[in-house]
Design a protein around this ligand. Structure first.
Ligand SMILES: [Ca+2]
Length: 260
């Protein structure tokens, strides 16, 4: 009851009603506490209004994300192959450098997908990449940066290390050597709107000897970048596929020179 009396006195004080009706011995207390509480209420209301309506403050806490085309324009170079004629560590002589998986792979001990650098069986010395996949699909991608690990979503346009910038109409040439079970080698391309599509895929049959597969394709006019995807899938009730990969080549024929 005491709280209710205080509140009614505060309301009375706020609307400048006759506070003399309040007993004299409680009046001082009511007038002293009222403004503080009102100030607090007003301050909280003001903060709430600022939070809801003041866009610059909202933008500070939640900066707007650039559109896909702006992001790609800013972060993916247009002509990667003019400066980089080939892929780094394409022969796996430096272990996993520049190669990343978008599956659990070797990073997660509990994962059934395994990958290792094999120094005993290779197409070119001193080593190859050996991948064993149980489930789910095991994917490997080339990364411009030495990440040595996992990428969550290699297809995202924000995964700029996996997307190699190209020019529309570039003539692409890719190949790789493999041995073992069925493996799929894909080149995907990224459009300026952030959507990606498969450009071409080749799947090899099971091979006991080192075998080469190749892709030669002209890039469409809306291609902005390309990526490598090596995929292993396990068929239901089948044993885990095991594949060795080596000497991955990806290049643009006669890339346009950049004048600097
Ligand atoms: Ca090798």
């Amino acid at each position: 009851m005491k709280k209710k009396n205080k509140l009614s006195r505060i309301i009375q004080w706020f609307f400048e009603e006759d506070v003399n009706q309040v007993p004299a011995n409680n009046e001082a207390e009511a007038i002293e506490l009222g403004p503080i509480q009102i100030i607090l209420i007003l301050a909280m209301t003001a903060l709430l209004l600022v939070w809801i309506f003041f866009e610059p403050i909202k933008a500070f806490f939640y900066p707007p994300q650039p559109a896909a085309n702006e992001y790609i324009e800013k972060y993916i170079e247009k002509n990667y192959f003019a400066r980089n004629p080939g892929l780094e560590n394409n022969d796996f002589s430096k272990g996993f450098e520049h190669w990343v998986t978008s599956d659990g792979g070797r990073l997660f001990p509990d994962s059934k997908s395994l990958a290792m650098i094999d120094t005993k069986d290779f197409h070119s010395a001193p080593s190859s990449l050996k991948i064993e996949c149980v489930s789910p699909a095991n994917r490997y991608h080339y990364s411009k940066k030495v990440i040595n690990g996992l990428v969550n979503n290699a297809y995202s346009f924000k995964q700029t290390e996996c997307w190699l910038g190209v020019l529309p109409g570039d003539q692409l040439s890719g190949s790789f050597w493999y041995k073992g079970d069925i493996v799929k080698f894909s080149i995907n391309y990224l459009r300026e709107d952030g959507e990606w599509k498969n450009l071409e895929s080749v799947s090899g049959v099971a091979a006991s000897q080192w075998t080469q597969l190749a892709i030669n394709k002209k890039l469409p006019q809306d291609a902005r970048a390309i990526m490598i995807e090596i995929t292993l899938n396990q068929a239901q009730d089948m044993s885990a596929p095991v594949v060795w990969i080596d000497d991955v080549i990806l290049k643009i024929e006669n890339p346009v020179k950049i004048n600097e």
